[in-house]
Design a protein around this ligand. Structure first.
Ligand code: COA
Length: 257
């Protein structure tokens, strides 16, 4: 297995983008966002590629943005490589499939809001702990969560920020299917192969039509969220929450108003 944190492969007309930083639970740092954005843009332009598949390592999709990076590498006002990656996913004209297992936290869940077919292992642990760490929803999740599941469910997942199961993710319409962990990637790949065998122009047209009603709004909302998110990272609530994670202690928000 490669030691690169993002591993890409084109095989059978499927571009696989694998998060491969298992020692940090596939936490995504700046280098990884850039590599994924570049892979998305190249895959979208490559006529050999008909489907894009996101996956992780054994039993782990992603623990979300690298929290140490949040503290140590202040994000550009416009969101920098994170925003570039989001843009590349929103701009994908080809179908995007995800195979998810283990932790899928923060952007490890919000990425799925922009995929087309999503398969998760029974033991997947989704979580959207933005408020919990003193920041706000990103990747247009403040728009797409209520669109996909309605406000009460979106509020439950985004405001409480508690982990939730694959069964709940399916009930709430976030994913397509729950499978035994050993079968998830193979099933997602089999579904991707079916998509790759479809007529490609008809596929791209259907995807463009499906996304037509939300695409421009998604782009706007990503920008609006970034305008909140980036300054919030410098505020005491986020510094306390992220510092607590790095120092392996419980955060204390009792002193904030
Ligand atoms: N950023 C940076 N490092 C992370 C990380 C993240 N998002 N998530 C996990 N890691 C690191 C841990 O610090 C630890 O590193 P160490 O071995 O050098 O101490 C290693 O990955 C393993 O993590 P650990 O917490 O021991 O694994 P776990 O199986 O007990 O828990 C998670 C896994 C994902 C539930 C837990 O790590 C977690 O909650 N991570 C933070 C998620 C988060 O808040 N993401 C940001 C959302 S915006």
């Amino acid at each position: 297995m490669s030691t690169e944190p993002i591993v890409t492969e084109v095989r059978d007309r499927i571009l696989t983008i694998r998060l491969n930083r298992a020692d940090k639970k596939n936490a995504i740092n700046g280098v990884m966002y850039k590599a994924m954005a570049d892979a998305m843009i190249a895959g979208n332009a490559d006529p050999e590629v008909r489907v894009i598949l996101f996956t992780g390592t054994d039993g782990c999709f992603s623990s979300g943005n690298d929290l140490a990076d949040f503290l140590n590498s202040p994000m550009d006002a416009g969101g920098g490589v994170v925003a570039q990656f989001m843009q590349s996913v929103v701009d994908a004209g080809k179908p995007v499939v995800a195979a998810v297992a283990g932790p899928a936290v923060g952007i490890g869940t919000t990425l799925l809001l922009h995929c087309d077919l999503i398969y998760a292992a029974e033991k997947t642990r989704f979580q959207l702990p933005f408020v919990n760490i003193g920041i706000c929803p990103e990747f247009a999740s403040s728009l797409m969560m209520p669109v996909i599941m309605g406000h009460p469910r979106a509020a439950e997942l985004l405001l409480l920020g508690e982990p939730f199961t694959a069964a709940k993710a399916r009930e709430y319409g976030l994913i397509n299917e729950v499978l035994p962990e050993a079968d998830v990637e193979a099933h997602a790949r089999a579904q991707a192969l079916k998509l790759a065998a479809q007529p490609p122009n008809a596929m791209r047209t259907a995807k463009a039509l499906l996304k037509r009603w939300t695409r421009e709004q998604v782009k706007d909302v990503i920008g609006i969220e970034v305008n909140h998110f980036v300054p919030m990272l410098q505020q005491p609530e986020a510094i306390e929450a992220i510092g607590a994670f790095v120092q392996k202690r419980k955060p204390d928000f009792s002193k904030f108003n």
